[in-house]
Write a protein that binds this ligand. Structure first.
Ligand code: GUN
Ligand code: FE
Length: 421
């Protein structure tokens, strides 16, 4: 049992920060029991950890990234999605047949996830089974939590990054059988790359595996206009892109992440709501590949679950502070074009998406409300904070816009400091 003291700030709902200045977070079994201004007598058996004037915030959740594209950040920002995949992305991913190379890249990625305070993430690996299992083990060793999926792709790639339908399914099942042997923090996720990469047979059988074993699903949706047109031709019987997944059994209630979701029809928005699909909003990627701007504010107001995704390496930064800022800036550009100020995201909403929004996919995470897992970052802002009378909210805003990993002095996952691991 721990009592962790400091300036506590988090969100429960998208519109509002909850602030507890100079207070104690009481932690039992890795979860938040209560927040107290003062300790009463029955709290005396708690181990007190006093972070003094520092901020205590929920740790970040990255709802969408490609581990196997980490070496490519900054390369190939001259093309839109489909030619970008062929020219830059597939040739990089094919290298992950080599485990030495995979280990080198994953080491850098995991170091940076840890440093930037992203303690939970939802990750696409490559199609390679061994590299995917290696990534799972390395993430687990560092004490980070993640959903990790072997990417399935049995059509429309190139001859060096290819799997047939049978191998794709076999390797997927092999990985599912492997995970329970070593990890509690690492969970599997069925990962069809996107409709153009997967045959009908593969999609249907992946849907069956997800159903039989109750496994989550992640994929891409409505990212780019040429992609959407292609999907229409590939699955002419579908009502729309999301329906193309749904009719194959790949929209699983509360257990599905779709990245991007920029160009949605009303029917798709309804289905997202009905099935509680999680949307990974990837503003940096959407700008880099000139994909478009997702209407994040309107979708939040509709009650759709939204988290933020770095979408490395279409996104150029793994640092969640940058993605929060990009989400806000993109929403302001959107409001200029729509002449509708209500398209603008607030700092509260963007921070919510980066913590609680994505955290819900992991269960009760991303907030400090009663019963949630204590996943937290301790922020020492003394290296740049020149405003002695700044409010706690202003200090969080300053951290998002100008802070970085040097200001994160401690990281907790499920109540345990990761420092000692
Ligand atoms: N759609 C299918 N594959 C990818 C990918 O690797 N990155 C992005 N941004 N979109 C995709
Ligand atoms: Fe992606």
């Amino acid at each position: 049992m721990k009592a962790i003291k400091g300036n506590i700030i988090f969100t429960i709902l998208p519109q509002k920060f909850e602030v507890f200045e100079n207070s104690y977070l009481l932690i039992e079994n890795g979860k938040v029991k209560s927040i107290e201004r003062h300790l009463n007598e029955e709290s005396f058996d708690y181990e007190i950890i006093d972070y003094k004037d520092n901020l205590i915030i929920p740790s970040f959740v990255d709802l969408h990234l490609h581990a196997v594209q980490y070496a490519n950040i900054g390369i190939g920002m001259d093309l839109p999605l489909l030619p970008w995949l062929e020219k830059y992305t597939y040739p990089e991913e094919q290298k992950f047949g080599n485990l030495e190379y995979a280990k080198k890249v994953f080491k850098f990625l995991i170091r940076d996830l840890y440093d930037f305070g992203t303690l939970r993430s939802c990750i696409f690996s490559s199609l390679h089974k061994d590299a995917t299992i290696l990534l799972m083990k390395m993430m687990d060793e560092r004490g980070l939590s993640a959903y990790i999926g072997k990417t399935n792709m049995d059509r429309n790639s190139n001859e060096n990054l290819f799997e047939n339908t049978r191998d794709s399914l076999k390797w997927t099942i092999d990985i599912l059988d492997e995970i329970p042997k070593f990890s509690s923090r690492i969970r599997p996720i069925i990962t069809p790359r996107f409709i153009p990469s997967c045959s009908d047979e593969l999609l249907i059988k992946l849907g069956q595996i997800a159903e039989d074993r109750d496994i989550a699903v992640q994929s891409h949706l409505n990212e780019n206009l040429s992609e959407i047109e292609w999907v229409r031709k590939l699955v002419p019987e579908s009502k729309n892109y999301l329906d193309a997944y749904d009719i194959r059994g790949l929209v699983r209630r509360l257990n599905t992440i779709m990245a991007h979701a920029i160009y949605n029809t009303d029917d798709e928005l309804e289905l997202m709501k009905k099935e509680s699909v999680f949307i990974a909003h990837c503003p940096s990627s959407n700008m880099n590949l000139t994909s478009g701007i997702m209407k994040a504010k309107k979708m939040l107001e509709m009650g759709i679950n939204i988290g933020l995704g770095s979408d490395i390496s279409a996104g150029d930064s793994l640092k969640m502070n940058d993605i929060i800022v990009d989400a806000i800036k993109a929403s302001k550009l959107l409001s200029l074009f729509t002449h509708d100020e209500s398209d603008t995201l607030s700092i509260e909403e963007a921070f919510y998406m980066s913590t609680r929004g994505g955290g819900k996919f992991f269960g009760n995470c991303g907030s400090f409300e009663y019963g949630s897992f204590f996943d937290a970052l301790v922020i020492d802002d003394s290296s740049y904070n020149l405003k002695p009378d700044a409010s706690i909210t202003e200090r969080l805003e300053m951290f998002i816009y100008r802070g970085d990993d040097r200001n994160i002095i401690d990281r907790y996952l499920e109540g345990r400091s990761l420092k000692t691991e």
